[in-house]
Write a protein that binds this ligand. Sequence first.
Ligand SMILES: *[C@@H]1O[C@H](CO)[C@@H](O)[C@H](O)[C@H]1NC(C)=O
Ligand SMILES: *[C@@H]1O[C@H](CO)[C@@H](O)[C@H](O)[C@H]1NC(C)=O
Ligand SMILES: *[C@@H]1O[C@H](CO)[C@@H](O)[C@H](O)[C@H]1NC(C)=O
Ligand SMILES: *[C@@H]1O[C@H](CO)[C@@H](O)[C@H](O)[C@H]1NC(C)=O
Ligand SMILES: *[C@@H]1O[C@H](CO)[C@@H](O)[C@H](O)[C@H]1NC(C)=O
Length: 425
Amino acid sequence: MKRQALSLPLLLISSLVGASNAQQLNSNTLNLVRARMNQSSTASWEIGTRIQTLIEVDFSSMSVFSSNYLTPTPPSAQTLNPVLDIARRVVNTRSGKQLVQDGSAADPASIGVGVLLGNWTRAPGANWDTAAEDQLDALLNGTPRSVDGAISHRTEIVQLWSDYVYMVPPFLAYYGVLTSNTSLISESYNQIKLYRKYLYDSNTHLWRHITTAPIDPAGPQGVGDAAAFNFNDTGYWSTGNGWAAAGMLRVLGTIKNSPYSKQFDDEQGDLKDWIGDVHNGMTDNLPSSGVFYNYADDDSTGADAASTALFAATVYRAVTLYEPGHYGDIVDAAERAREALYANNGTVHFDGEGWLQPVVNPNSFHEIGAQSPEGQAFVLQMDNNWKEWVSQGSKSAALGRMDLAAASGLRMLVLALVASLLVVW
Ligand SMILES: *[C@@H]1O[C@H](CO)[C@@H](O)[C@H](O)[C@H]1NC(C)=O
Ligand SMILES: *[C@@H]1O[C@H](CO)[C@@H](O)[C@H](O)[C@H]1NC(C)=O
Ligand SMILES: *[C@@H]1O[C@H](CO)[C@@H](O)[C@H](O)[C@H]1NC(C)=O
Ligand SMILES: *[C@@H]1O[C@H](CO)[C@@H](O)[C@H](O)[C@H]1NC(C)=O
Ligand SMILES: *[C@@H]1O[C@H](CO)[C@@H](O)[C@H](O)[C@H]1NC(C)=O
């Protein structure tokens, strides 16, 4: 209630300064952010996230969020080379069925979208087809599953991580669309549904981070040190909620912008509901600072700018992809988050080299660390999605929130109105 009562004047004020430079990153800072992402993305999921980010930002017509990403003839491999180069290096150095062998069954699959793009464009210099098939086979037939079919995030044991939603289902859906295989599209949805069953808490509208589950005795058994991964992380890891929302958005976009959209209408409805759940749960937990805690409901876990950027990125994306209803408070939260990260032209939350600060240690999720390759990518996604949202007229904007491009004459009128409101107060 309090939030409602306060929000109108606050929103009006913030809209007046909305277009000021203080809330943008200048191109120099953005380039630094990108250079740091480029140089630091070495772990499998970081490579996959970097590839996805570059597709969305630099080759947006090829991203699954574009209504015609499935061009009648394949896109030019030459044009896409900056992205394909990253995937090519992985394909040519792989040493097993997975694209990378790092103990995760899921993270290496995040690179699979780049590999499929290489295959589709018939890019030279790699055996894309076999690499994609092997990665798929490792997931479907070589990884332990829960008794109800959830493919483990780990190779050792059945352990389900919210991160998985960004790493695996988007690969399955894209694979299914490019090879006209609807059972793979179904499987991408099914895996999300299963992970949600284990990890989503309907009381808080948030996803827990990690749970173990009994292994299906009829399927593949684990390899490696099972004891080391026999743990749960039941907290609401903010980045994990972002991974879940972002992964669901990618699957939704992949299906929506494909010839299979009608056939998977119900699934798209579920995905929208489930994305909205995360956005509601996170919005309820946004601190007044505009920066989430590492675990969304626990202020002892430290501020984390990485998950904050990912949250905002997914909100703008949801709005531009399908204009969800009842998003007023959620869009406000995304704007508050973005404005917090961009405060003083980014000098508060970015250091001189373009590193986002402070950030969770991506290799030790309970701790605040020094630098986050994925956090760098999340900033680029947020900035890109925000600009797209603004260029589309800031649609689904909250009541009272002005379009950032609103005429300045109107601004003066609103300023007068706000001033009088405050006086009456
Ligand atoms: C980052 O990497 C991409 C892909 O290799 C490249 O196109 C881009 O120029 C790089 N940007 C920076 C700032 O290093
Ligand atoms: C790779 O491309 C070939 C030729 O277009 C196609 O037949 C095959 O299905 C593709 N494989 C994958 C995994 O996309
Ligand atoms: C779809 O992909 C799965 C997994 O690779 C495969 O078993 C199945 O035969 C494929 N279906 C079609 C129609 O190609
Ligand atoms: C993890 O949570 C699951 C589901 O609640 C439970 O069955 C399992 O015993 C827990 N494992 C550990 C190590 O606490
Ligand atoms: C932000 O950058 C703009 C131009 O890039 C500059 O005019 C403005 O003074 C800067 N503001 C702060 C707070 O540094």
